[in-house]
Write a protein that binds this ligand. Structure first.
Ligand code: NAD
Ligand code: 89V
Length: 343
C-alpha cells in the first residue's frame, strides 16, 4: 500500500515532536500543515520541508489530498476540528485533553462514528517503554493477581516555560498531566467504578491545582492511588517519569526513578533497566515522552493500514476523560463519584 498522506493542525510546542516522529514512522508522511499563527506555520514548514501551508483548517480540508489529520492544537479547538474532519470523512488523531467537557467528547466520538472514520486520542504515556514493560510483567503473571496499585508523578519541573498556557487555566494538573496517569492506571489495572479525589494549589503564580491525590476503585476489585504533583522539589528531579507500585497475590512490581524495574516473587528479586531509547531527534529528559509519540503514531499507521480500533480510540478515551471530570467533581464536592454512571 502507498504511504498514507497526513495533514497536521497546530504547529506549536509539542507538534515538533509529532513532526519528528512522522519522519521516522514507515508508511506515512505529512504533506500539509496548518496553524492560525503564520510565524509558527513557517517555522515548522521550513524545519520539516512542508510546502503546503494553511492558516485556516477549513481551507486545508477543502483542498484535501490527505488520508488522515493529526490535530495538535490546544483543547479549545479540538471539538470543532474533529467535527470538521468527520464532515470530510478524514480519519483523525486528536491530542489530549480530548475535549473541554465529557459532553463534547461524547459528541466528537458520535460524529466520527456516524462518519465511519477512525478516531484516536494522542494519549501517548501508556506507550512509554517502562509502562509497556510493567504491563508485560503483569500479563506474565509474575506477581499473581494484583490487589493494590500506585501510579505516581511528583516533580518540581518548570513546565510553564515551554507551555505558558498551563499557568492560566482554572484547571491544571489533573487535566494536563493526571489525565495521562489516570490512563496508565486504566491500562494497567482496568476500568474504574468509583473515584475520590483531593486537590491543592501550592504554586501561588498559577490559577489551577498543582497537586492531586485520587483513589480509584477498579471494576476488578483492585484499589489504586493516582498521585500527581508539580510542587514537589526532590534531590534528583524525576520529570517526566511515572513511578508504579503494584502488589499482587504472589509478588510485587516496583518501577522507580531512573527507570529501575524490580519484580519480587517466590523465585527472588530481579532488577532490570526499563529505560526508553534516546531517538536521534530526542533530548533528555523528554526522550521518554518523545519515544512514546513515535510508538503511538506507528500504532495509528498500523491500524489504518491493517484495520482494528486504536488502543486509545475516542471510545476508549471517554473512560479516561470521565475520570478527569470525576476527579474535579469529587475534589469540589468532597464526595465519591460513580464513574460508570457518567458513561
Ligand atoms: P501550543 O500553544 O504551543 O501550540 C498549539 C498551536 O495550535 C499554536 O501554534 C496555535 O496557534 C495553534 N492553533 C490553535 N488553534 C488552532 C486552530 N483552530 N487552527 C489552527 N491552529 C490552531 O500548545 P502545545 O503545548 O503544543 O500543546 C498542544 C496540545 O498538545 C495540547 O492539547 C497539550 O495538552 C498537548 N500536549 C500533549 C503532550 C503529550 O505528551 N501527549 C505533551 C505536551 C502537550
Ligand atoms: O504530557 C503533557 O501533556 C505535558 C506535560 C508532560 C508537560 O505535562 O503537558
Amino acid at each position: 500500500m502507498a504511504d498514507l498522506k497526513g495533514a497536521l493542525i497546530g504547529c506549536g510546542f509539542f507538534a515538533i515532536n509529532q513532526m519528528h516522529a512522522w519522519k521516522d514512522v514507515d508508511g506515512a508522511a505529512i504533506v500539509a500543515i496548518c496553524d492560525r499563527d503564520p510565524e509558527r506555520l513557517d517555522i515548522v514548514g521550513e524545519q520539516f520541508g512542508i510546502e503546503r501551508r494553511y492558516t485556516d483548517a477549513a481551507a486545508m480540508f477543502a483542498d484535501g489530498g490527505f488520508d488522515f489529520v493529526d490535530i495538535a492544537t490546544t483543547v479549545q479547538s479540538h471539538r470543532a476540528l474533529v467535527e470538521m474532519a468527520a464532515s470530510h470523512k478524514i480519519p483523525a488523531i486528536c491530542q489530549k485533553p480530548f475535549a473541554r467537557t465529557l459532553v463534547d467528547a461524547k459528541a466528537m466520538v458520535e460524529a466520527c462514528r456516524k462518519a465511519g472514520i477512525p478516531l484516536m486520542v494522542h494519549e501517548n504515556f501508556r506507550w512509554q517503554t517502562p509502562i509497556q514493560a510493567v504491563r508485560r510483567l503483569l500479563d506474565s503473571t509474575a506477581i499473581g493477581i494484583p490487589f493494590w496499585g500506585r501510579f505516581s508523578f511528583r516533580s518540581g519541573y518548570d513546565v510553564f516555560s515551554g507551555q505558558p498556557y498551563l499557568a492560566e487555566g482554572e484547571r491544571f494538573i489533573i487535566e494536563d498531566l493526571g489525565i495521562h496517569t489516570l490512563d496508565i492506571a486504566r491500562f494497567i489495572l482496568g476500568d474504574v467504578k468509583t473515584l475520590t479525589a483531593r486537590t491543592k494549589r501550592v504554586n501561588p503564580n498559577i490559577k489551577g491545582e498543582d497537586v492531586a491525590t485520587i483513589l480509584l476503585d477498579h471494576e476488578s476489585g483492585v484499589t489504586s492511588v493516582v498521585d500527581v504533583s508539580y510542587a514537589t522539589k526532590l534531590g534528583t528531579e524525576p520529570f517526566p517519569e511515572t513511578l508504579i507500585e503494584l502488589d499482587g497475590t504472589d509478588g510485587t512490581i516496583r518501577l522507580s526513578a531512573g527507570y529501575r524495574l524490580e519484580v519480587t516473587n517466590a523465585a527472588g528479586t530481579v532488577v532490570s533497566d526499563a529505560s526508553p531509547q534516546l531517538l536521534s531527534w530526542a533530548s533528555r529528559p523528554w526522550h521518554n515522552i518523545q519515544e512514546s509519540v513515535y510508538a503511538i503514531q506507528k500504532h495509528w499507521v498500523d491500524r489504518l493500514k491493517n484495520g482494528g480500533e486504536p488502543a486509545t480510540s475516542g471510545v476508549d478515551n471517554l473512560k479516561t476523560f470521565a475520570l478527569v471530570e470525576a476527579a474535579y467533581d469529587s475534589a469540589a464536592s468532597g464526595k465519591t463519584i460513580d464513574v460508570e454512571a457518567m458513561l
